[in-house]
Design a protein around this ligand. Structure first.
Ligand SMILES: CC(C)(COP(=O)(O)OP(=O)(O)OC[C@H]1O[C@@H](n2cnc3c(N)ncnc32)[C@H](O)[C@@H]1OP(=O)(O)O)[C@@H](O)C(=O)NCCC(=O)NCCS
Length: 329
């Protein structure tokens, strides 16, 4: 009898645009201060894509790194999945634009929309495709240009977000099983708390939707903050339970990087010492679906994670959506 197919993580990569926007720069744009942003969020700076540099361009550069680190030929990829809420266009999918840039003609490609939980949702999706035997080698991306849907006159939101992309190659394996568990959740009754209301079938684009700034992020920060903490802790505990591991087995926890105070509160609630929690929010801001994968890539590159270590990614985002996954790197 054939052994159940496992999922091997072959490689990761990331890419950030060159332009750095600091808190001090933001002081020139809205009424804010480095002190307010730093103490309330933990963010010091974020990256901003150039004009003419699209989400699929960031995804492309992150993909090239992941393909190199996986030591595979691009032609081995048989599914392209892009988690994003800031696609190049409403359609075709950013995955299709990326597929063309990579020269992967005819390979299936689609986008996945789960806001800041997008990459964790993507891992569960890639795992299901691989375990079913439908596809063998998946290129999974989290890529965002939140700067393009930011209202730069709204100090409540414009200080929080940034741009970037991360990539992972996952492949079928008879020997390894690197995705130990996934847990996903969602509750659409919270949709109004974090959304971009314009441009879809509810508010098709008109002069009024543009003037009313409906094509940018609207958020009730305090409510998001309060719900994120218990949902992230719950997801993390569930994924841990499903993996059959305990807190001590995990070398590093990588929570979604939305607010330093949320990260600390989740760690406290779970009883995890901050030394085991990866933080890079100070230099990235919140990059939605790209946060957990770019953080994971950085943790691997900087030696915070070594081959064989267990890591847990924990996500939360608009929808609301949440999720967690235990991985062996
Ligand atoms: C947005 C967030 C940082 C605001 O922090 P907060 O402690 O809740 O701050 P408040 O909303 O209570 O605002 C406090 C004051 O600061 C002001 N303020 C808001 N943004 C400001 C800014 N950038 N600079 C200076 N002052 C600001 C507010 O206007 C308010 O002033 P007031 O008391 O005179 O009305 C916080 O709620 C948060 O991070 N929420 C979660 C957001 C998130 O993670 N979203 C993505 C999830 S995936």
């Amino acid at each position: 009898m054939n052994k159940k197919l496992g999922v091997k993580i072959l490689g990761t990569g990331s890419y950030f645009p060159d332009k750095v926007l600091t808190n001090t720069d933001l002081e020139q744009i809205v009424e804010t201060s480095d002190e307010w942003i730093s103490t309330r969020t933990g963010i010091k700076e974020r990256r901003i894509a150039a004009d003419g540099e699209f989400t699929s361009d960031l995804a492309y550069k992150a993909s090239l790194e992941a393909i190199k680190s996986a030591n595979i030929k691009p032609e081995e990829i048989d599914l392209v999945l892009v988690a994003t809420i800031t696609p190049d266009m409403f359609f075709p999918s950013t995955a299709c634009f990326l597929q063309k840039k990579l020269g992967l003609n005819s390979v299936p490609a689609f986008d996945l929309s789960a806001a800041c939980s997008g990459f964790v949702y993507g891992i569960a999706t890639a795992k299901a495709f691989i375990e079913s035997g439908l596809y063998k080698t998946v290129l999974l991306i989290g890529a965002e240009e939140l700067s393009k849907i930011t209202d730069w006159t709204d100090r409540n939101t414009c200080v929080l977000f940034g741009d970037g992309a991360g990539a992972m190659i996952l492949s079928a394996s008879q020997q390894d099983d690197n995705v130990l568990s996934t847990f996903l959740g969602a509750d659409g009754s919270y949709a109004d708390l974090l959304l971009m209301p314009g441009g879809g079938s509810v508010n098709p684009s008109t002069v009024e939707t543009v003037n009313g700034k409906l094509h940018s992020i609207k958020m009730q920060g305090k409510e998001v903050f309060k719900t994120a903490i218990p949902k992230m802790a719950f997801a993390a505990q569930k994924a841990l339970e499903f993996s059959g591991k305990n807190l001590d087995d995990i070398k590093l926890f990588i929570p979604h990087q939305a607010n330093m105070r949320i990260i600390e509160a989740v760690a406290k609630k779970m009883g995890i010492p901050m030394e085991k929690v990866f933080v890079n929010i100070y230099k990235t801001g919140n990059i939605s679906s790209a946060t957990t994968i770019t953080a994971l890539d950085e943790a691997i590159k900087t030696g915070k994670l070594n081959k064989g270590d267990l890591v847990e990614l924990i996500a939360f985002g608009g929808g609301f959506t949440w999720g967690a996954t235990v991985l062996r790197v």
